[in-house]
Design a protein around this ligand. Structure first.
Ligand code: NAP
Ligand code: BGC
Ligand code: ZN
Length: 355
């Protein structure tokens, strides 16, 4: 079967032939329909994040997949059922995090991530997975099923942000998303349409006209250009934010988030930056966090429950938004286009089989 893989140092994905996998007991065989591409895939291709499976000389990419069960192999799944796979798997037969259903909380060494860290991904015509990591999705949502994984990332991030504010009466009225990439825009749409937060803002660094700025404004949100309004100035130019969601991977933003927050606010950090040294006034940030009851929460990955919530959130996103967000779904003959980062690209996917 065909698969899309990256070899260390190559800097771009290639189409390869690889044997079709056989499901082990407890696993189902899934025929892949579509697999999304995000900033992490670009970081993996560039060699900035992730690693190869033990003994492999390349990594099959892809962690945002939707497929259809081809062979249930005696599991509870049904052949023909549409499913979305979760990303993390247990190395060496399992551990307490996976047993508790919290693989997203496992520390390094206690997980692999399909298509990212130490395990082949879903960008292949077929993949196998333990049935417990395959989340059923209604047929009508299957064409957009590759958005479930990134939405699940935000479901988890919000759960942890809200939990950090659960000791008092906290109702966010203003929220800032840092980053107008696919994760930032999906999150902004959730803030506007699923959570119904009164006033939202989204930060980028693109000139008008730009499709992401059109999307931000069509959602009823306000675009902030970080070249004109640096993150710490957001409270003066706009307003302090009850909630900040960082999805730029720009390391300074983690610290600048503290200044963008309103008293009692929470900043949730998603970006995965390269090591980068710069100066911060640690004493002032410490004081600001303490004297204004602010919180910063880092969060990564998501578990099955977040995928189930994400399917519900996906069903609530307006069709015009997902139509404009997904700028390209490419067949295998033009798979390279799914990895372009031209100015008019927002979110792309590779299509392995018709939906
Ligand atoms: P992406 O497409 O690369 O988006 C990042 C966006 O941030 C881009 O639109 C970029 O703008 C913008 N940006 C970067 N620096 C900026 C600055 N100084 N001012 C304004 N805008 C800036 O990536 P993504 O898929 O949306 O993901 C976002 C980040 O979250 C990445 O770091 C990714 O690794 C991470 N991530 C984490 C998790 C998790 O579980 N924690 C899950 C998914 C993704 P330009 O395009 O104009 O440069
Ligand atoms: C994926 C997560 C993963 C994270 C770190 C993200 O792009 O969506 O599932 O945990 O990267 O590797
Ligand atoms: Zn991702």
């Amino acid at each position: 079967m065909k698969a899309i893989a990256v070899e260390p140092g190559a800097g771009e994905p290639v189409l390869v032939e690889t044997p079709r996998p056989d499901p082990a007991p407890g696993e189902a065989l899934v025929r892949t329909l579509r697999v999304g591409v995000d900033g992490t895939d670009h970081e993996v291709i560039a060699g900035h994040h992730g690693n190869l499976p033990d003994g492999a000389d390349r990594l099959v990419l892809g962690h945002e997949a939707v497929g259809v069960v081809e062979d249930a192999n005696g599991t509870d799944l049904e052949e023909g059922q549409y499913v979305v796979p979760t990303v993390r798997r247990a190395p060496n037969g399992g551990n307490e995090y996976f047993e508790r259903g919290e693989p997203d909380m496992a520390p390094e060494g206690k997980y692999v991530e399909r298509g990212i860290v130490g395990a082949h991904g879903f960008m292949a015509e077929y993949f196998t997975s333990p049935a417990e990591y395959l989340v059923p999705i209604p047929e009508r949502l299957a064409p957009l099923g590759f958005l479930v994984e990134p939405i699940s990332i935000t479901e988890k991030a919000l759960e942890h942000a809200v939990a950090s504010r659960s000791a008092f009466d906290w109702e966010p009225e203003s929220a800032v998303v840092l980053g107008n990439g696919s994760l930032g825009l999906i999150t902004l749409a959730m803030f506007e349409t699923v959570l119904d937060i009164d006033r939202t803002y989204c930060l980028g660094r693109r000139d008008r006209p730009h499709p992401t700025i059109d999307l931000i404004e069509a959602l009823g949100s306000t675009y902030i250009d970080s070249r004109e309004t640096p993150v710490p100035e957001i409270p003066d130019v706009h307003e302090p934010a009850d909630l900040v969601y960082e999805a730029t991977g720009h390391a300074k933003h983690a610290f600048e988030t503290v200044d963008a927050l309103a008293p009692n606010g929470v900043g949730v950090l998603l970006g995965v930056p390269e090591p980068w040294e710069f100066e911060v006034d640690g004493g002032r940030l410490h004081r600001e966090l303490v004297l204004h009851n602010k919180a910063l929460v880092g969060t990564v990955n998501s578990h099955r429950g977040h995928f189930e919530s994400a399917i519900d959130s996906l069903s609530q996103l307006p069709t015009w938004f997902t139509d404009d967000l997904v700028t390209g779904v490419y067949g295998l003959e033009e798979y390279q286009s799914a990895f372009d980062s031209d100015d008019d690209v927002v979110k792309t996917a590779v299509e392995f089989g018709g939906v």
